[in-house]
Design a protein around this ligand. Structure first.
Ligand code: SF4
Ligand SMILES: [Zn+2]
Length: 548
């Protein structure tokens, strides 16, 4: 075996750093820090921006942190020493990016459980659900809460709220191995407990938790699970719909049967195509995972593999996570590396690959990630850096190239006026449907919102579900702008509040009517049912449906 060298290991100290910062923050007795914070907040109230204010009042042990400032701000407001100021509050939100898409995403992990997959690259850690490592930050949090969904959800809500994030609209992202491999009674229990935590009350059944959530202050506006292509069947999708799932993350990994086989994925491209067809027919949002640098792959092969995601009309996912293979000691791939059969790409090779594929991503797709962020000390060889995205964006810009995916075009919290937006309509064929991606964009090509309208060739035939008979489907509506509490009007001009959603919906309705569909069905989450009900959609069995 090749000896490890010091350069093979870089230690992830960020968690320790964050923990010690947090410990330091618990000590609120420091009068000097408090005085500095009060002076800083007073200047911000007077109009000074956060950054210069931080420089002017460094505090006794370095710059004051945002959550300490927020804590002091809250106290000052409570004691009447300072009036509420939404501008200050917004500036102090720790990671505004977390809610910029209009929704707070909250991740929860399922319990350790075996996965039917035998994938070569996938790590095994008996303390964790398959594919997770015990010292990944998200996994550590789950373990602290004994993988209890209620506790995990409640703790995440608390931490988001403690730094001033609105939690009125929550997308739940359930991660861990293969969701469909867990027993259904566990799945139903898991979702119920997440909803109970959002509702702040314990219910006796999933149905009860769902109906409470439809009117709760913190609503579930999206539910995401991850599974394998070969687990997707009509009956599985029916089940997922009944528990409220709106988006499915599917491990595609490769579009070549040869690569799938060598890496022991246990499914073929035909399975992936069939899975995507069913998901699309059922109106789910399709989120693909794709992996370059698998065993047997090389740069040109990976480029062709990636191109097939878009060239093959039976694929064309809505969202994408690119997970370059990480060589981990507790995966079966490790033995191949020891025998010299596998070589991880270098950082530079990876950057080049990503720079070459990013500009080819269609405008209807959102790339959520470019790297699976395993703690660096687990990565035996190859890339350990998690700043890949920034580096790729930098190189793209330096070559005058650009990625046009949804994520790279999102408008964020920037104020927007309706008259500055134009409606763009992108039409593409996908599986047995014609997809219409309708979006509002600014003159600088910033995306303020979009709707995914699916026009199936033989509506309802693939699944035979009554709700979908003769129906066109709304698979997603997304409007950007700082996430706001339900009923909160928010700062004027934010995209969520210039009626973009309603406008997109009427365009979609008009198209579907013109094309002869009798009805429009929407795959709504528990917490968005009210929104669609107000717009004429009636509750069906698994969807909300509007006669056209
Ligand atoms: S299906 Fe997913 S979780 Fe299961 S072994 Fe393969 S990669 Fe790991
Ligand atoms: Zn992009």
């Amino acid at each position: 075996m090749r000896e490890s060298t010091a350069s093979d290991y870089t230690y992830d100290s960020s968690l320790e750093e964050r923990l010690s910062e947090w410990r330091a923050l618990r000590d609120y007795s420091d009068a000097e820090r408090r005085a500095a914070a009060q002076a800083l907040l007073a200047e911000m109230y007077g109009g000074l921006a956060l950054r210069p204010a931080l420089h002017r009042h460094p505090g006794p042990h370095g710059y004051l942190t945002k959550d300490f400032l927020l804590h002091v701000y809250r106290q000052m407001v409570e004691r009447g020493e300072m009036p509420e100021d939404t501008r200050i509050l917004q500036a102090l939100r720790m990671k505004p990016v977390r809610t910029l898409s209009g929704v707070a995403t909250l991740t929860v992990l399922t319990k350790p459980y075996p996965c039917p997959g035998k994938c070569l690259f996938c790590p095994t850690d008996v303390r964790m659900p398959k594919s997770y490592l015990h010292d990944e930050p998200g996994a550590m949090r789950a373990e602290q809460h004994h993988f209890d969904p209620y506790e995990q959800t409640a703790a995440r809500l608390e931490s988001l709220e403690s730094v001033g994030h609105p939690t009125g609209k929550v997308e739940l992202l359930i991660l861990g191995g293969t969701w469909s491999a867990y027993r259904r009674d566990y799945q139903a229990w898991f979702v119920r407990r997440c909803l109970d935590a959002l509702n702040g009350s314990v219910s006796s059944s999933l149905e009860e938790a769902q109906s409470r959530n439809a009117r709760a202050a913190r609503r579930n506006v999206g539910l995401v699970v991850e599974t394998r292509p070969d687990r997707i069947t009509p009956s599985e999708l029916r089940w997922l719909r009944s528990i409220g799932v709106t988006k499915v993350q599917v491990g595609v990994q490769s579009t070549q049967d040869r690569i799938l086989e060598i890496n022991r994925r246990g499914h073929t491209l035909a399975d992936t195509r069939r899975a995507f067809g069913l998901l699309r027919a059922a109106g789910f949002k399709i989120h693909a995972h794709w992996m370059p640098n698998l065993l047997g792959a090389d740069g040109p092969g990976d480029r062709a593999d990636f191109a097939a995601l878009w060239e093959d009309p039976d694929l064309r996912p809505d969202e994408l996570k690119i997970y370059p293979t990480s060589l981990l000691q507790n995966s079966d791939l490790f033995a191949h590396w020891e025998r010299g059969e596998y070589r991880p790409y270098t950082y530079a090779e990876l950057v080049e690959l990503l720079v070459s594929i990013k500009p080819t991503i269609p405008r209807y797709c959102r790339v959520n990630r470019l790297v699976r962020d395993f703690p660096a000390h687990h990565v035996v060889a190859g890339n350990r850096r998690s700043n890949l995205r920034e580096e790729v964006q930098r190189v793209l810009a330096s070559r005058g190239l650009r990625c046009q995916c949804i994520r790279c075009r999102e408008i964020g919290a920037q104020p927007v006026r309706r008259e500055d937006l134009r409606l763009e309509e992108l039409v593409y064929r996908a599986g047995r449907a014609e997809e219409r991606f309708l979006s509002f964009v600014t003159s600088e090509d910033r995306l303020a919102g979009y709707v995914r309208l699916s026009l199936p060739q033989s509506p309802g035939a693939d699944l035979g579900w009554p709700d979908l008979r003769e129906a066109a489907l709304i698979r997603e509506i997304h409007i950007y702008g700082q996430s706001l509490g339900i009923g909160d009007l928010g700062p004027p001009g934010t995209a969520q509040h210039v009626g973009l959603g309603s406008e997109l919906l009427s365009h979609a309705e008009a198209i579907a009517r013109r094309r002869g569909y009798a009805r429009l069905a929407v795959i709504s989450a528990i917490g968005t049912r009210g929104y669609y009900a107000e717009r004429g959609f009636l509750d069906g069995e698994l969807y909300q449906v509007k006669p056209l």
